[in-house]
Design a binder for this molecule. Structure first.
Ligand SMILES: N[C@@H](CCC(=O)NCCCC(=O)O)C(=O)O
Length: 244
């Protein structure tokens, strides 16, 4: 019996009780489990990553994080509002992304993971969307977790794309916990959804060999309670099962 498809989940580099650690918050892992997948945490070491490990996976998830892709990765100068880095995570993510796409490994990017894929494909980021004239403030609200991950704005689903095939409605309400956002979309990416201010909040990889979708919001927060997030995880899980 084969068991569940194995999905690599990139970690964040943290200090836990004074020790270097590789962490993933439970909601990402639980969402994968609840959709029939087996998560495997991928450490992020300064020495980088051997991308051949992707041959042993059936999918790859790039999680969110309060840290940001370092601005030099997309040719920008850091602004004062951009204060939290995770360069080990940057190194590993930016190595795994092109290798996963080339290999046709099902790929799901969430929030920071969405931004990482954009940068890996040559795109750029706003470091503080709220400072861009005409744009909304997309930052995490104050309050308990239910408040922070509550729906925050409408998402307009672009017709004719992967997200529209997964979720057959023109829009949805999504949460918003990010200060950064897409300034210039990377090469070979297709817009799949936008916020009311026009900010790109979902994209897919054009002509991808398998499922390759990334979103700015957090679908892993109680996905079964939101039709668009349920559809997204079902699609990813089905793609991982086919990838075996
Ligand atoms: N730091 C980036 C990305 C925001 C992000 O991933 N937030 C995650 C919050 C914690 C979690 O739910 O994992 C930005 O600010 O744009």
């Amino acid at each position: 019996m084969k068991g569940r498809p194995l999905v690599g989940v990139i970690a964040c580099r943290r200090q836990v009780e004074g020790h270097p650690a590789h962490t993933v918050t439970d909601k990402y892992l639980r969402a994968l489990h609840d959709y029939g997948l087996a998560p495997v945490i991928l450490p992020v070491w300064e020495k980088g990553v051997d991308t051949s490990l992707l041959e042993r996976l059936d999918g790859l998830m790039l999680t969110g994080s309060h840290t940001n892709v370092e601005p030099h990765r997309y040719g920008a100068e850091r602004i004062p509002e951009n204060t939290r880095d995770d360069r080990d995570r940057d190194s590993v993510a930016l190595a795994l992304i092109p290798a996963a796409i080339e290999r046709g490994l099902p790929l799901l990017g969430i929030c920071r993971g969405f931004q990482e894929i954009n940068v890996a494909m040559g795109g750029t980021l706003y470091q503080a969307v709220q400072k861009v004239p005409g744009m909304l403030d997309h930052r995490e609200p104050e309050g308990d977790k239910a408040t922070r991950y509550a729906p925050a704005h409408e998402l307009a689903v672009e017709p004719g794309g992967l997200l529209a095939r997964l979720y057959d409605q023109p829009g949805a309400q999504v949460n918003s916990l990010h200060q950064q956002g897409i300034e210039r979309l990377g090469e070979g990416l297709r817009v799949e959804g936008r916020a009311p201010d026009g900010l790109i909040e979902a994209f897919s990889v054009k002509d991808a060999k398998a499922f390759a979708l990334a979103v700015q919001w957090h679908p892993e927060w109680h996905p079964q309670e939101s039709p668009i997030n349920d559809a997204l995880f079902r699609g990813f899980a089905e793609a991982c099962a086919r990838s075996r």
